[in-house]
Design a binder for this molecule. Structure first.
Ligand code: ADP
Ligand code: MG
Length: 593
């Protein structure tokens, strides 16, 4: 690959980027060059938070001696050459701007050696004057040294934050880099010594360890793995159980073909996937990798290359959303606690023994589930319905029919106590019922059985003109959702019917929420607003604390939880059940076994 200055008309096609803002951005560009050069090991060194020195050394392909000066020229790159190349960029860099920009605001030296060169060559730029090339000792690979950043631009130099802050930024950058490429080793050192050392992580254990080193053991302990392919896209990585949700969006890492992204489309798809299981305002944590043909994405859309333009945004959004939503839905009871459950020690009561009293269980639901009469529950209709095959407990019989066990009592009108294999299961009655009710409401929504119920008195509401436009444009969608919404003025709409399932909800509040979401998210948004309304309804409908439940009623709830998606969390992301093993109880009583 040779470095060439890009033709004039191609330069105009490139979204120019301000690459040099602070030491971390210098290092980002240098490391990306090392990665593009196929490096396996990258050493980063900083002094004074990077203001005095940023040095990046790699073991990549190196730069030929006669091209070294060209690497420092503006718009000179070996990564693209023709307009068509811009349409499928396979490298992190492609604009040929980083090195000249950096060299123009610092004292920069490059030493590089290609594998077949007997010796390395050095060039440096100081005050715009090129020195070299001159021979120098250096193993195959490249070292770029950037000293005295902004020494000639005092205004920018003043703009730099404290050494500590800048160093912190560099450390965050190295964390992101470490997550972006497991096959590459990264080291960060300063005068204080080694700050980070991530050797190449080739197998799964090493990768888990690297993720734990960056995001903490807690992250890995609460993370599930994902690897799914479809429509030419592949999504893999780690995503956290909703119970690990955070107040900050500080553990959200997304990489597209190895490039870190902060993309609105990605954020929206992830938010949508977590919408049913996250407490309001909580943030999910994840490290996800999307891989796709580079021709299907335009990386030349954002100055810092943090955002991209997907050529088929709908498809990508849908793929991300559906893959993640399915993975989250599969977090059923005992999946995450499976490890904690010791080998089978308990005999399981005969099937049907305690779940036998079907009538009272059905009465119980009939009383609570008004509006869902037409959705007979699979678990109730068929008490021995096979449990999802994904659920296996190490050491236990593989086909444990009822992992949540059998109810023995109700505690203070709040918790159900159940005897399960290997210990005691505690269920938060309200939370669990809220979830199962919600899923049933949603199932009826999905099977297009949303009956509309006319309002006795239609409700008029004033909205923004744009919202009234939306209402008009999406009438069919609202109809499908059981809501008859029509425009009655430039900035007014009238609600004439509500979904029968939501007969008790406030029509104006629901319509407003739906219109607002619609504007924000397109047609997926209205459904989301409706689902949110269903969540509120489920909460109101769910069994309240202090209601006495009979043993068959409690068992009916346990059975329903076992066949309900997302049964691990209530609609607000709180856990619905917990397990105390016999081991733990034995420890409590110092009982040796
Ligand atoms: P870009 O990365 O957009 O091509 P840069 O200014 O960052 O532009 O780098 C210019 C060229 O210098 C690259 O295209 C590449 O050929 C060469 N280069 C820079 N850094 C390295 C490196 N560490 N190893 C090998 N080649 C490099
Ligand atoms: Mg570059």
């Amino acid at each position: 690959m040779t470095i060439r200055v890009l033709p004039e008309q191609l330069i105009h096609q490139i979204a120019a980027g301000e690459v040099v803002e602070r030491p971390a951005s210098v290092i980002k560009e240098l490391v990306e060059n090392s990665l593009d050069a196929g490096a396996h090991s990258i050493d980063i060194e900083v002094e004074a938070g990077g203001a005095e020195l940023c040095r990046v050394r790699d073991d990549g392909t190196g730069i030929a001696a006669d091209e070294l000066a060209l690497a420092l020229a503006r718009h000179a790159t070996s990564k693209i050459g023709r307009i068509e190349d811009l349409e499928s960029v396979r490298t992190l860099g492609f604009r040929g701007e980083a090195l000249p920009s950096i060299a123009s605001v610092s004292r920069t030296t490059i030493v590089s050696r290609t594998p077949d060169a007997p010796v390395a060559t050095a060039v440096s730029v100081v005050d715009g004057v090129l020195r070299g090339p001159s021979p120098q000792a250096h193993p195959p690979g490249t070292t770029v040294e950037v000293r005295d950043l902004f020494f000639n631009v005092p205004a920018r130099r003043k703009f730099l934050r404290s050494e500590r802050t800048e160093l912190g930024q560099v450390e965050r950058l190295v964390e992101r880099l470490a997550l972006s490429r497991f096959d590459v080793g990264f080291r960060l050192a300063s005068a204080r010594g080694t700050l980070a050392d991530h050797p190449p992580a080739r197998d799964e254990r090493a990768q888990d360890a690297r993720v734990a080193a960056v995001l903490g053991e807690e992250f890995i302990a609460h993370a599930l793995k994902l690897d799914h392919e479809g429509a030419g896209l592949r999504l893999r990585g780690w995503f956290c159980m909703p119970t690990y949700a955070r107040s900050q969006a500080d553990q959200q890492h997304f990489f597209l073909n190895g490039r870190p992204l902060r993309d609105k489309l990605v954020a929206s798809a992830v938010r949508l996937a977590y919408r049913d299981v996250l407490y309001h305002g909580r943030q999910p944590a994840y490290v996800l990798y999307l891989e796709m043909d580079p021709a299907r994405v335009d990386v030349n859309a954002h100055p810092q290359k943090l955002e991209v333009r997907f050529r088929d945004p709908r498809l990508v959004h849908d793929f991300l959303f559906r893959t993640l939503e399915r993975a989250l839905a599969e977090t059923r009871p005992l999946q995450n606690a499976a490890e904690a459950i010791p080998a089978a020690r308990f005999s399981i009561p005969p099937r049907g023994g305690s779940a036998g009293s079907q009538t009272s269980a059905l009465d119980f639901y009939a009383a609570l589930g008004n509006g869902v009469r037409d959705q007979p529950n699979a678990a109730l209709a068929e008490p021995d319905a096979a449990y999802p095959a994904s659920l296996t407990i190490p050491g236990a019989e593989p086909s444990l029919a009822h992992p949540l066990g059998y109810a023995i009592a109700q505690l203070h009108g709040v918790y159900i106590l159940a005897q399960a294999q290997g210990g005691l299961v505690l269920v938060d009655m309200h939370a669990a019922h809220e979830r199962t009710t919600y899923e049933r409401l949603k199932a009826s929504l999905e099977s297009h059985r949303i009956a509309a119920q006319p309002l006795l008195v239609p409700v008029a509401l004033n909205v923004a003109v744009a919202e009234a436009d939306e209402a008009e444009a999406h009438r069919a969608l609202f109809d499908e959702l059981g809501i008859e919404l029509s425009r009655s003025g430039p900035a007014q709409v009238i609600v004439r019917s509500m979904p029968a399932l939501l007969a008790a909800a406030d029509p104006a509040a629901l319509a407003r929420d739906m219109l607002a979401d619609l504007r924000e998210q397109g047609s997926g948004g209205a459904r989301q607003a409706l689902e949110r309304a269903l969540g509120t309804m489920a909460c109101h409908q769910a069994v309240r604390a202090n209601r006495r439940l009979s043993v068959p009623e409690m068992n009916a709830l346990l059975r329903e939880m076992e066949t309900t998606l997302r049964a691990d969390q209530c609609v607000h992301g709180r856990p619905t059940w917990s397990f105390v093993g016999m081991d733990e109880l034995d420890r409590l009583f110092m009982r040796g076994r």
